[in-house]
Design a protein around this ligand. Structure first.
Ligand SMILES: Nc1ncnc2c1ncn2[C@@H]1O[C@H](COP(=O)(O)OP(=O)(O)O)[C@@H](O)[C@H]1O
Ligand SMILES: [Mg+2]
Length: 231
């Protein structure tokens, strides 16, 4: 279980996260839902140790991630697919995946398993990452993350700007990962993209998480969506 407890995060003098707590369970999708600028990306960066905590803690099972250096966090089983994907664009599909494999020391079996999830990447192993379509780049970013054999996968707006067929593929992969007991933290601004696959929705507002709901409840009662997202 990923336990984010009472974290406070600042960019220099400007604090943007104020005592935020969320929990992500194995085999479940936790969706962080909130408007632009609410603090969703900052929260993911803080989990990865890319921003220091002013207070609070992040732990995965018994390991206190927030006491580790940032480069140690992926080795503990947390993978991060940043907003905008951030691939090594001049490298091939295979080389991008190798970087993920190096993090975990995983081998061919992991690579095969990941390529099974993304058959399209197998057809394009030698192709340069920057020549892939937007949807294929998102697949590669996820594939690279999955090559680290994560227990927790953080996805920052993974379907942003993608066409419906790609969104459906990525959704299928998320459902498959759930069945393999990965804990998934999914950041979104739009509820319709996630409600069907989310287990829990944590609303993020002005750097806080004032409310967490079962996704099921939200389907029956849309009033919280109006409140937090203005929809
Ligand atoms: N590198 C940065 N330096 C200073 N402020 C930042 C930086 N990145 C984000 N912020 C601010 O932190 C707040 C939260 O941003 P962010 O976490 O990116 O929101 P979200 O991902 O929910 O859209 C915003 O007010 C934003 O302007
Ligand atoms: Mg963001």
């Amino acid at each position: 279980m990923l336990n984010v407890k009472d974290i406070e995060v600042a960019y220099d003098a400007t604090q943007v996260i104020f005592g935020l707590s969320v929990v992500a369970l194995p085999g479940q999708v936790l969706c962080l839902l909130g408007r632009n600028g609410a603090g969703k990306t900052t929260t993911l960066k803080a989990i990865m140790g890319l921003l220091p905590l002013r207070a609070g803690s992040v732990s995965l099972d018994e390991v206190v991630l927030s006491e580790l250096a940032a480069h140690e966090v992926p080795r503990c089983g947390v993978a991060y697919v940043p907003q905008g994907r951030r691939l090594f664009t001049e490298m091939s599909v295979a080389q991008n995946m190798d970087i993920g494999l190096m993090v975990s020391g995983a081998g061919r079996a992991t690579r095969e398993k990941v390529l099974e999830l993304f058959p399209r990447l197998r057809e394009r192993l030698t192709q340069r990452a920057d020549t892939l379509s937007g949807g294929e780049q998102q697949m590669l970013a996820m594939a690279r993350a999955l090559c680290t054999e994560p227990k927790v996968l953080l996805l920052d707006e993974p379907v942003e700007g993608l066409q419906p067929s790609m969104i459906a593929l990525i959704r299928d992969v998320i459902i498959r990962l759930k069945s393999e007991n990965v804990a998934i933290v999914l950041v979104e601004q739009q509820v319709d993209a996630v409600l069907a696959i989310a287990d829990t929705v944590a609303f993020i507002e002005h750097g806080r998480c004032p409310e967490t709901m079962a996704a099921r409840e939200l389907q029956n009662d849309a009033s919280q969506l109006r409140r937090y997202l203005g929809v």
